[in-house]
Design a protein around this ligand. Sequence first.
Ligand SMILES: [Mg+2]
Length: 285
Amino acid sequence: MKTISINKFLIDHTRYDSSPIKSPTANNTPIEMPQLRLHERFSEFMQIDEPFKNSNMFKDMFALQPPNRREQIREIRKNFKRKITVKTVAINTKPINENYLPKQDKFKPTLVLDLDSTILFSTQQTSDVKMPNAPETARFNDGLTTSFRAQLYPFLQFCRDNFEVVVWSAGEYDYVQTRMNYCNLADYVDYVLSRNHCKYVNGHYIKDLNRLGRDLKNVVLLDDNFSSCILNVQNCIPVRRYMGQQDDELLQLVIMLRKILEYDCIVRGIETQMDVCRKRMQTCE
Ligand SMILES: [Mg+2]
């Protein structure tokens, strides 16, 4: 098995301020008490039940109809941001304006790609039982069987040709690393971020795209989980949840991304695909 270059994993072992307690870097290392207290306070303040009521928020979001949809999305984000900024400013001991990614040498729009249930699916069941139709499955040392979504390699090749590719998973570091090592998947991506880079809010791992250090006008996030993208809804293309089934979702995403790339501004391109997104989400289970 090929070893992935470690500099692709931009992990910061000191960044516990907004990271979950059960952090990949904390496998066998207890978190120091001041940091733990900090985290407890963070969690305590982040009592946000809305808009995380269920995992079908994508459906609800895309069910909203113009002309009010944009205003409603803006309102949800504004309320969320207000809560999160007020509280974090009070409890963070370190500035959090440091970017996760180094500067780009040459401009490319940035594609942030979720891992679980977007391009792969992991289960404790054996592949024989759970995923008879999955195109490719592998058993890993952590006891999980992971299935990779159909057309994954052509999809990643397309992404690599057209975007700076950042895999950002809410999974723990070791889990993400082993999956990205598998079959050279890491060769298709520029950077890998894991759970430590997420904000942990009321049981949800949130990917705050503002932390990437990229112009958000040219960032797109592909994710199956609405709560991941609540801070950057305008950047998100919802992905049909993958649970080991045979489907053509990744090819559908390529078609959509091609259209989005026709625009100078990626966010404007995403906006033009809202109707398509809405229809796609309505056909989800
Ligand atoms: Mg996911």
